[in-house]
Write a protein that binds this ligand. Sequence first.
Ligand code: MN
Length: 245
Amino acid sequence: MDKRTFLKTAGLLTLSGLVSSNAGLANTLLSNAPTLPQSTPETTAAGSFTLPALGFATDALEPHFDKATMELHHGKHHAAYIKNLNEAVSGTPFEGLSIEDILKKVTAKDAKIRNNGGGHYNHSLFWQSLAPATGQMPTGKLLAAINAKFGSMEQFKEAFNTAAKGVFGSGWVWLLTNNKGDMWIQTTPNQDNPLMKRLVKRTGKPLLMLDVWEHAYYLKYQNKRADYIDAFWKVINWQEIAKRM
Ligand code: MN
């Protein structure tokens, strides 16, 4: 029996004992359940982070991002980051903080929170950055900013793709901005992200991001990361990216 199960069981046993010996006191205690120390482990075990729904069906990005990959990537990989994050923050000063605040505070010593907190945040944002292919392109202020920074949309794509192909092993590539209006491309290893101010070289506000872990593309594209990167450009939700400016 692990500590959590033990505490939960002990709590229930304590309450059932009180019910038989002193129903009045037990009822008082039950009506004030949140103040009972025994209720805390149960509350914590449930965890506060939950899997966000995709904004589309798992086959909606076909043929660019296939259904089987989306099901595994969202339903298994992302779900696992959330389960592990809930476990990792339980009983630590990170418990109860927003995901953004967790990422701002996390250090290299908090490996499980770093990996799974990053995993949860990065994937949540990634799903919102995708939409079924309709030939969508950036417009307005966002397009103007991309043109000003990179010269043209084609040059921006080339720079982003080069960065994405250059990530050795698992990681992410980002288009970032800040409150000074700078815009730049940056990569992060594993599940790190540009909110982790104690871990990344430069913090920034994410606009667009791409997961280049093999789990994101191996089923459909095997070792051909470049083909997966090309497919990504067809399923970007540019309206959502523009909102982040
Ligand atoms: Mn992933």
